[in-house]
Design a protein around this ligand. Structure first.
Ligand code: IMP
Ligand code: MG
Length: 174
């Protein structure tokens, strides 16, 4: 059977929810500025769209991480593969992720930026899979809560494929 992708969240649904998140962030930080930390590669599409919907001054930088351990089982240890170019000290950091799954990545990064003396640290994810949580993480901004299924598109990949889909879908036939 060949792989097919079934649409879960359409391009229009994503655009309208991202506009709402942008409006909420603009309101929450009125009179101030935000520093978006985009976690590569998956969050790149979401972070760029979100940045365009925020009306307070925005700085954006990119970081790449990976979980230690083999296969699909995360051990909770996070490795930084590419660090930020800019410092976060005194800034209102919003960590922007594609999806929160076990919670290990966001939990680690949140502590990291607090240690680097950010003025504030908030967490934003396009998708949340709460059924898979291993550590408690307080999320500030969530696009959509979804069931425990493997999803692709809008930055998310399966074996480096499908990141470019303009919607979120479920791969069938794998
Ligand atoms: P965690 O919350 O530390 O487990 O990490 C979440 C990361 O796992 C995300 O940033 C994705 O890279 C990856 N991930 C989790 N669930 C999915 C999925 O359904 N599709 C594609 N990547 C996923
Ligand atoms: Mg990721």
């Amino acid at each position: 059977m060949s792989e097919t992708v079934k649409v879960m969240l359409s391009e229009e649904e994503l655009a309208s929810r991202i506009a709402e998140l942008g409006a909420q962030i603009s309101k929450d930080y009125e009179g101030d500025s935000v520093f978006l930390v985009c976690i590569l590669k998956g969050a790149a599409f979401f972070a760029c769209e979100l940045a365009k919907r925020i009306t307070v001054p925005v700085t954006i930088d990119f970081m790449a991480t990976s979980s230690y351990g083999s296969g699909t089982v995360s051990t909770g240890e996070i490795q930084i593969k590419k660090d930020l170019d800019l410092g976060v000290e005194g800034r209102n950091v919003i960590i922007v992720e594609d999806i929160i799954d076990s919670g290990n990545t966001l939990n680690y990064l949140s502590e990291l930026f607090k240690g680097r003396k950010a003025k504030s640290v908030k967490l934003c994810a396009m998708l949340d899979k709460p059924d898979r949580r291993e550590v408690d993480v307080d999320m500030d901004y969530i696009g959509f809560t979804i069931p425990d299924a493997f999803v692709v598109g809008y930055g998310l990949d399966y074996d480096q494929k499908y990141r470019n889909l303009p919607y979120i879908g479920i791969v069938e036939g794998i």
